[in-house]
Structure formats: C-alpha cells, structure tokens
Write a protein that binds this ligand. Structure first.
Ligand SMILES: Cc1cc2nc3c(=O)[nH]c(=O)nc-3n(C[C@H](O)[C@H](O)[C@H](O)COP(=O)(O)OP(=O)(O)OC[C@H]3O[C@@H](n4cnc5c(N)ncnc54)[C@H](O)[C@@H]3O)c2cc1C
Length: 455
C-alpha cells in the first residue's frame, strides 16, 4: 500500500479530515485527490461585462477545487443541530456540537480571529417572530465572509501541504475494494490505500450514486428544496442581521400547511449564479470587508419536497424546475415581487425602474411560469408574514430570483463512524446526504479522522 489514507475531494469535509489526521497521526501517508483546481487557480469567468452568465466551465471553479463549494461562499459556519444536516442523528447531539465548536477554533486560529460569532441565545427577536407564526431557530453562527474564508483556506492549505500530498485536476472515476484496502482510479492513474474517505460534495452527487451502486452500498431517497432568492435594501432586515447575522426562520403556510424557511442570509451581499452539473441556479454571499459590501441583503425562501412511492427522484424533480427557468431565461430569472402579485412578467424597463438595484444580471421574467403553484403560494405567504417583522419585505421593489434549488444527495447508509458496509470506506460531507453545510461537513471530516487515528 502506498498510502494509508486516500481522501477524495478537497472541500471542507476532506480538508478537515486531512487536518485532524495530520494532528493525531502525523505518521500517516495521506493523499487528497481533487477534481478541481488549486485555490489560486479557481477563477469564475463571469465578470458581469464580457461574460455575463455561466458558460459551463469544467470543472466549475465555484463548486470544485481546494475549498470545495465553500471556497467562495459566505463562510457562515452555523453551530447548531437545528439545520445544516443530520449528523447528530448518527453521532449524537453533544458530540456534533463539540465538533462544530472545534472546527470554529481552527477557523479562528487560521485567519478568522477578527470575525464575529453571532447567536440567537436570549434574543428578543424570537418572541417578535412568534407573534406572527414565524419560528426563529437556535444557532450560533461564525461569519467569516468570502474574503476571510479565502484567507483561512490559504492558511490551511499552506499548513496541510507540508504533510499531505494533494493532486488537483484529478477526478476520481472508480473506487474498488481490495483485500485490506481500496484502489482508486483517476484517469490513467491508480492509487491504493488501507482506508478511503469520500468527500465529493454536492457536485459529486451523481458520481457518488454510481459508486454506491457499484459497491452495493445502500442509499435512500432524500429531499429537494425549491424556492427563490429574495433581494431587498439592507435596511429592511438590519435589525435582524445586525444582531443575528443569519436568521433561520420557519413558517407553516395557512393554505397548505407546508413549511417555508429562510436560508443563507447575506447582509449587504450579492446574489450569484450556481452551476450544478450544468444547471444554473441562484445563490448568494457577502464580504466581511465593508468596501466590498452592497446596498442589498439577500436570502433564500425554500420549500422542502419529499417524495415517496412510486417517484423517488427528488433531485430530478428539482433539476426539471431549474431547467425550465434556464430554458425560459437562459439562466436565472429575476422578477419584482409587485409584478408577480399583479400577474405580469418583469421586463428590462420594470427592473430598470426598480428602487432595488439587482446585484446579479439575470433575465427579467415571470417566475409563476416556472415554480409550481403550491411552492410559489407558500413563498408569497411567507413574504407577507416576514413583512410583519421586517416591514418593507412584501413591496413592489423586492426582487425575487429563481430558481434556487438545494439538491440533497441520496442518503448513504453509514454507521456511527460514518463508515459504509465496507470496513475502511467512509463517506462524509454533503455527498453522504447527512450534511448540507460547511460546519456539518467539516465536523464529519474531524469525526472520521479521529476514528481512523484511534484505530
Ligand atoms: C455559493 C455557495 C455558497 C454557500 N454558502 C454557504 C454558507 O455560507 N454556509 C454553509 O454552511 N454552507 C454554504 N454553502 C454550502 C457549503 O459550501 C457545502 O455544504 C460544503 O462545501 C460541503 O462540503 P463538502 O466537503 O461536503 O463538499 P464540497 O465543498 O462540495 O467539496 C467536494 C469536493 O470534491 C470534489 N470532487 C467531487 N467529485 C470528485 C471526484 N470524483 N474526484 C475528485 N474530487 C471530486 C469537488 O471538486 C469539490 O471540490 C454554500 C454553497 C455554495 C455553492
């Protein structure tokens, strides 16, 4: 065996497992195989001038490369079991929280020391929300911001690369079980190790599914979240974002009893494209540096869809809706809330007249032609509910970008060590289906590293 541990994917899951292994078992030979580029070579060509929309680079520099999908994210590390994944169901609530706190100390000691940790504890906003059927979830959140997140990743890479071997632009195509280990194929090369940690993220979801099929690892269907990204003047939500930074609020619609929730709030941030396997959806981020901040705050409003028999392909359903918006808008569609309520499309003139200046160049259109009625009704209902705690939310000039889709991987059958039915083969992070966030993915990496080091 040439290596002791192979790690597939250098997103937060892979990075933090490598980090912890180097601390606890420095004698181990570790190889990280990553489909994307090293951090300095990750450049999305969209500049808003020459390249206005996604041109489908392969690999996509937003999703792939050192830092994974999190590299240019807002760097919000939520320390909570209430959202961001179900890691606690496998490893226990206290342990999950401890791991997330530990990840926070690593981020702080690698460049995040001047960033703020926000918390909902004792917030009067909880009571205010409850008055209108809005439920504010408990969490602490470290906001690194896109800029500091990058610094932390740079520092982690500089430290890790002293002890860990990295191979970039090396997509793994196959994982095989050997006697007492694993063989991994990438292009014409093959690598072998006693243990293999797969951390391929959301962008590796289809590939992960094929690995599970090949290796007879059980999976079960998961959910998909569909919705829009809302953008409005930052002042509207400033009383929430100043105190909490990110508020995760859940609302049950009166019409259907569906749950709608806020997701990924970016005060003074920007709306961005996200490309998952060629499908362009919308996301958002913000910078810690005031010079890079905008006049707007954005957040997603999402509705979760679960399917049972006979239809199981939740991601396929989400993809179809996203494809429809890509077909009609050539990418992401933007619509003023007022136009949506009046039953008309937004056009270029209406967006030009809008008091809220869009931070993303998207095609003005009509989201009601794309998003299923039930989901759209829920989003509209929640916007009116949010208007009660943040007046100015449900106005003509609030912008809605669509569609925002959160794809979840099939949930992989894992034990409490995040080990598959094959001894020594671990699946962590978002590709396991049990994490959907930076903090949970990172925590899962630490958890597996500790188990391997113990052994
Ligand atoms: C724009 C954006 C903003 C976000 N903002 C936040 C936020 O503020 N807070 C939050 O908690 N979450 C956020 N997220 C989600 C967060 O980034 C992910 O939950 C997290 O990165 C998951 O980590 P991971 O290691 O599991 O996977 P990833 O970060 O997706 O990393 C997986 C890596 O594996 C590589 N890979 C895939 N397949 C292969 C293969 N076959 N061979 C080799 N390598 C492979 C990929 O190239 C990728 O680099 C955001 C996501 C996006 C896209």
């Amino acid at each position: 065996m040439i290596y002791d541990v192979l790690i597939i994917g250098a997103g937060p899951g892979g990075i933090f497992s490598a980090y912890e292994l180097t601390k606890l078992a420095p004698e181990l030979k570790i190889l990280v195989l990553e489909a994307g580029h090293p951090l300095p070579r990750r450049r999305c060509p969209i500049d808003g001038v020459k390249v206005k929309g996604c041109i489908g680079c392969s690999p996509c520099s937003i999703m792939n490369g050192f830092g994974g999908a999190g590299a240019f994210s807002d760097g919000k590390y939520n320390i909570t079991n209430e959202f961001g994944g179900t890691l606690h169901e496998l490893i226990g609530k206290e342990r999950a929280l401890d791991l997330m706190r530990y990840v926070d100390t690593i981020n702080v000691s690698h460049g995040g020391q001047d960033t703020k940790l926000y918390t909902t504890a004792n917030s009067h906003l909880k009571k205010e929300c409850l008055r209108y059927g809005l439920h504010l979830l408990d969490a602490s959140v470290r906001h690194l911001g896109t800029d500091i997140n990058y610094v932390v990743l740079e520092n982690l890479y500089n430290e890790l690369s002293q002890r860990v071997e990295f191979r970039f632009d090396t997509p793994v195509s196959r994982v095989e079980k050997l006697d007492g280990g694993y063989r991994v194929t990438a292009g014409t090369e093959q690598f072998e190790a006693k243990r293999c940690i797969i951390s391929a993220g959301r962008s590796g979801s289809k590939w992960m599914q094929s690995v599970c099929e090949d290796m007879k690892i059980d999976t079960h269907s998961n959910r998909v979240d569909i919705g829009v990204r809302v953008e409005l003047p930052w002042e509207v939500f400033s009383h929430l974002t100043d105190e909490l930074y990110e508020s995760k609020i859940v609302y049950r619609t009166e019409k259907y009893g569906d749950l709608v929730r806020t997701f990924c709030m970016n005060p003074r941030g920007a709306v961005v494209h996200e490309n998952t396997n060629g499908i362009v959806t919308v996301n958002g981020h913000s910078y810690e540096d005031p010079a890079l901040q905008t006049e707007n705050t954005n957040f997603a409003l999402l509705v979760a869809k679960h399917f049972s028999e006979p239809f199981k392909d939740s991601n396929g359903y989400g993809e179809s809706i996203a494809r429809l918006s890509n077909m009609l808008g050539g990418g992401v569609i933007v619509q003023r809330f007022g136009d949506l309520i009046q039953g008309r499309r937004s056009n270029a003139a209406r967006i030009r007249d809008c008091f809220t200046t869009p931070t993303l160049s998207a095609t003005p259109g009509d989201l009601s032609l794309v998003i299923p009625k039930r989901i759209l009704d829920g989003i509209i209902e929640m916007l009116y509910a949010l208007d009660k705690i943040a007046p100015g939310t449900a106005t003509m000039d609030t912008l809605l970008y669509g569609v925002e889709v959160k794809f979840y991987n099939m949930e992989v059958a894992l034990d409490e060590h995040l080990q598959t039915c094959h001894e020594g083969l671990f699946v962590i992070g978002d590709c396991s289906g049990i994490t959907h966030s930076l903090s949970h993915a990172s925590a899962s990496g630490i958890h597996v590293a500790r188990y391997i080091a113990e052994q």
